[in-house]
Design a protein around this ligand. Structure first.
Ligand code: ADP
Length: 191
């Protein structure tokens, strides 16, 4: 079992790099953002509950997010490991994840911090919105998401730094060059 968290602000490239990691290392991908969007497009009860929160660029309450995440992990008992993308986004989420994995005899092995500056984030998300049409990629909502990141999510980093699990990766450059650095970090951690 090898579990990794991919961490970074909106637009850092978590989704793009996650796809490449999954392909190479056969980990199960859990993106809480994708899961919420799926619930919204299927108009489930959970989808109805979180729709406005996502549209506003705010974080979904921890209790809701943690329950959804734990269900998804439990649904994949045969996974070789997980890549957590967009989770944990708050310290209580990180603590809940540690406790949950511990109960199963697992742990987080590595946290990849994708490092990008605010200018790059804003540019990338403006580009993405032209294709994705994601309502929360709209400029005013993006400001909210970046606020949420710097007020709540950033604190997840020292939480994992205290556990000596964080490897910082430069998130600016060619997708394949970034992935090469990620691969090296994963290989070192797995060795
Ligand atoms: P990003 O491009 O910001 O990485 P995501 O697709 O990961 O976007 O998440 C989109 C939205 O889904 C967030 O702005 C938030 O509303 C909600 N969300 C996703 N993951 C979480 C989480 N772990 N806790 C609370 N809300 C979340």
């Amino acid at each position: 079992m090898f579990n990794l968290v991919i961490f970074g602000p909106p637009g850092a490239g978590k989704g793009t790099q996650s796809e490449k990691i999954i392909e190479k290392y056969q980990l199960a991908h859990i993106s809480t953002g994708d899961m919420f969007r799926m619930h919204i497009s299927n108009d489930t009860e959970l989808g109805q509950k979180v729709k406005q929160i996502l549209a506003d660029g705010l974080l979904v309450p921890d209790s809701v997010t943690i329950e959804m995440l734990e269900d998804e992990v439990s649904r994949n008992p045969d996974a070789k490991g997980f890549i957590f993308d967009g989770f944990p986004r708050t310290v209580p989420q990180a603590e809940a994840l540690d406790a949950f994995l511990k109960g199963k005899g697992y742990k987080i092995d590595l946290v990849l911090q994708l490092d990008v500056n605010q200018e790059v984030i804003t540019e990338r998300i403006a580009e993405r919105q032209k294709i994705s049409g994601r309502a929360d990629d709209d400029a005013s909502k993006l400001i909210k998401r970046i606020d949420e990141y710097f007020s709540k999510t950033i604190h997840v980093l020292p939480y994992y730094q205290n556990q000596d699990k964080v490897v910082k990766i430069n998130g600016i450059g060619k997708i394949n060059d970034i992935f090469e650095n990620i691969s090296n970090a994963i290989d070192t951690s797995m060795a």
